[in-house]
Write a protein that binds this ligand. Structure first.
Ligand code: SF4
Ligand code: SF4
Length: 662
């Protein structure tokens, strides 16, 4: 009956136990050092959807978003798991005297282990090739990347050689169930049995030795991502960056606000840094990096990781301590994070979340960037000079331009506003936001939406000049003080009206009111105007019949799409319009490319690199569309500017629907 010989040609296993124990000692010590690094961070309660994220790791759902490298990684990952389990089975059989590897089970086992061993070799070959073929800057090759790939390949190949020699010597008649091992056995057919046995012994010990080196190297190399990246994914908070952490501004013991030192980050944020594998996906999808601005989310993460390792007196194959000392010898006092990160980097972020969307291991970049901004604004008092005016305007007049607060409702002149007298439970609060109230272009969107509400007989009210900026820009620019002040005034005024449901045309207001106001007791049902319009269309309250042929492309605003996963309602309502062709851009929905205005960039001079909106406009032009439709006043402003000289109308969804419904 087919069965597996164990230790048949090996003696001195006790030396093997010594080697394994030594390797495990190095491993445990290294893991403990990483654990101590994470413990340097502040407390943070992490509740996560552990099962879902564990499923993501096993299925490689995130990694496979880039199909070729994803598949490559999957081959190596699955191969590793199968070969590890196969080794465990051998251990169980031998030490517990079980008869597992017998008969058909053994034949299946043998075929499977050969198949997955081969899968690892193919995966490694593809990974090496990709690193050589890819442009150096994109692949970011470091010697350790190749050392690790070669090490894994040597482990698998020596394993196959050992198997081949065993098959050659024992000459069993079920060799076809070990096709790769059988192939390797051909290499040794002309050797004497004694030579084969000596070679078997040599390669067996070499195999064990390299496995032990591999285990010992895990904590001090990129291999540590096996642990850190898995943990990081399991502990991922899907709302991170979308809903920013709240600061306790009344904490009398607080010596500073925001993050200026590495231990101002939470333990999870430090784990995040430690887990980054330098894969470069965040870099390749970051609009700021693509527009040649001084921000690269991968480098930012790696630079913060250097700061972490320096603070924890750690090094690994990529990050040496020597390297830190060279850096800190530049004359800036060691320890402060701004030795590692330049202010220009953090002020270039549009908070678009593209980096987090593509990061295969769940690194949360945006909250860290905001924490660094908070330190700059609220502790160091250093920020782009133009923001001084923005902050003052928000503080004194509740809008970023500083136009008198009392004129906030002037847009209502000559518009038929229906201030509902219905019971407050049935009434929706319409929230035009700062752009919809003050900006001439966006006031046209406001008017269109009011006409839609009137036509569909929706019962609504407005706050008029009691409405203030929702606070999105202040918060994302790191000014939590002004943000919380605006929030408390708005919550107070909404409370007086007693309203429970809000509709807004601005995705920034939508995200802030829906997801961040609950941190301060403002719990409402908040909908975006695209969602409400879709409902009204479904209820048959609006007409979508037109004779005109419309060729439209839609730009997904980051704060509607990636922030709130709302991609379908707007497409539903656009595709219901008769004679409309929806011509999608290459980067759509979760892959949408930012307009460049989020994260407070609207109020910072864009004087470095290219204009992000111009890059998006090139994509718009590539479609055959005559109209660019969007659903955000920031996007409308940025893309209208970039497409000014092109023969293309840039319209909000409300303008298109209202134009047809008239
Ligand atoms: S949020 Fe957007 S702009 Fe900021 S680092 Fe990430 S990808 Fe780049
Ligand atoms: S942060 Fe994520 S996407 Fe960016 S390099 Fe690190 S692992 Fe890759």
């Amino acid at each position: 009956m087919p069965s597996r010989e164990i230790y048949w040609n090996i003696s001195g296993q006790y030396f093997m136990y010594l080697m394994i124990l030594t390797a495990l000692g190095f491993f445990a010590h290294g893991v403990y050092k990483h654990y101590k690094l994470w413990c340097m961070g502040k407390k943070e309660n992490r509740k996560s959807n552990y099962i879902k994220f564990l499923g993501n790791i096993l299925s490689h759902r995130n990694i496979l978003k880039e199909s070729l490298p994803g598949f490559m990684h999957l081959l190596i990952f699955l191969g590793f798991i199968i070969l590890f389990l196969a080794t465990v089975i051998i251990g169980l059989e031998h030490y517990l005297h079980l008869e597992i590897l017998q008969g058909n089970f053994y034949l299946g086992y043998s075929l499977l282990t050969d198949f997955f061993g081969l899968a690892i070799i193919i995966g490694i070959g593809a990974a090496v090739l990709r690193r050589i073929v890819k442009p150096v800057t994109e692949a970011d090759n470091k010697p350790e990347d190749f050392i690790i790939l070669v090490l894994i390949a040597v482990i698998v190949i020596t394993g196959f050689i050992v198997e081949g020699l065993r098959l050659a010597i024992l000459d069993v008649n079920w060799q076809n169930w070990s096709p790769v091992g059988k192939g390797f056995s051909r290499m040794f057919l002309g050797f004497s049995e004694s030579a084969q046995k000596h070679l078997h012994l040599l390669f067996w010990w070499l195999h064990v030795f390299i496995v032990c080196v591999f285990i010992a190297l895990i904590p001090g190399s990129k291999l540590f991502h096996l642990i850190a990246a898995s943990l990081n994914q399991i502990l991922k908070n899907e709302q991170s960056g979308k809903v920013l952490n709240s600061l306790d501004l009344e904490d009398e013991n607080a010596e500073s606000f925001g993050t200026g030192e590495i231990n101002d980050f939470s333990w999870k944020q430090l784990l995040d840094l430690d887990a980054c594998t330098r894969c470069g996906r965040c870099q390749n999808n970051c609009p700021a990096y693509i527009a040649e601005k001084p921000l690269n989310p991968k480098e930012l993460t790696q630079d913060l990781k250097k700061a972490l390792f320096f603070a924890g007196n750690m090094s690994n194959l990529s990050i040496s301590r020597h390297h830190f000392f060279q850096e800190t010898a530049s004359g800036i006092e060691a320890g402060g994070l701004f030795n590692y990160v330049s202010p220009d980097e953090i002020w270039s972020c549009t908070t678009c979340l593209a980096c987090q969307e593509v990061c295969p291991i769940g690194v949360e970049h945006v909250q860290k960037i905001i924490d660094l901004r908070r330190y700059m604004v609220m502790t160091a008092g250093k920020f782009p000079k133009e923001l001084q005016t923005t902050f003052r305007n928000l503080d004194t007049n509740g809008n970023p331009w500083g136009i008198g607060w009392a004129s906030r409702a002037d847009w209502t002149e000559n518009i038929n506003i229906y201030q509902s007298k219905e019971p407050k439970e049935d009434v929706i609060l319409y929230w035009p936001g700062c752009f919809g109230s003050y900006d001439e272009r966006n006031k046209k969107v406001t008017k269109s939406f009011i006409e839609i509400l009137n036509a569909a007989e929706v019962k609504y009210k407005i706050l008029g000049n009691q409405e203030k900026c929702c606070g999105d820009s202040a918060r994302r620019l790191g000014n939590e003080l002004i943000f919380q002040m605006l929030v408390s005034e708005n919550i107070e005024n909404i409370k007086k009206m007693g309203i429970k449901k809000i509709v807004t045309q601005c995705p920034h207001c939508y995200n802030t009111l829906k997801n961040e106001y609950p941190q301060f007791g403002g719990d409402y049902e908040v909908v975006h105007h695209t969602q409400l319009i879709e409902e009204l269309i479904k209820e048959g309250k609006l007409s979508l019949e037109t004779n005109k042929e419309l060729k439209i492309t839609f730009h997904d605003p980051c704060y509607l799409g990636r922030y709130n996963n709302s991609y379908v309602p707007v497409r539903n309502l656009l595709t219901r319009i008769s004679n409309l062709s929806l011509l999608e851009m290459d980067n759509k929905m979760a892959d949408s490319f930012c307009c460049g205005a989020g994260g407070g960039q609207m109020w910072i001079e864009e004087n470095k690199g290219k204009r992000i909106s111009s890059i998006r406009s090139l994509e718009v032009e590539k479609t055959d569309a005559e109209i660019l439709c969007t659903a955000c006043p920031f996007c409308l402003t940025m893309l209208s500017d970039s497409l000014e000289e092109k023969n293309m109308a840039v319209l909000d969804v409300a303008e298109i629907i209202n134009g047809i419904n008239k």
